[in-house]
Design a protein. Structure first.
Length: 83
């Protein structure tokens, strides 16, 4: 099964997450099929907190990819910000 989930990056105590499409059986931070955005929970000032490529998200959802619980919330937040 293909899922849309977060892959952690960044340094210790400064998390940075990539929103990726990957196989459900792979470990969290291992290889992925495609990177479709990022989430920076520590963003300050002019830094972008959330960036999502909506066209790629809809493309993967039509192919059957299931977003994780947290990614679903982030996608809803991105939809509100875009509207």
């Amino acid at each position: 099964m293909v899922v849309i989930r977060l892959a952690r990056g960044g340094s210790k105590k400064r998390p940075f997450y990539n929103i990726v499409v990957t196989d459900k059986r792979k470990p969290r931070d291992s290889g992925y099929i495609e990177r479709i955005g990022y989430f920076n929970p520590m963003a300050r000032g002019q830094e972008v907190r959330l960036h999502v490529e909506q066209d790629k998200v809809t493309q993967w959802k039509t192919r059957g990819a299931q977003p994780s619980e947290r990614v679903a919330k982030l996608l809803a937040e991105a939809d509100k910000a875009a509207a």
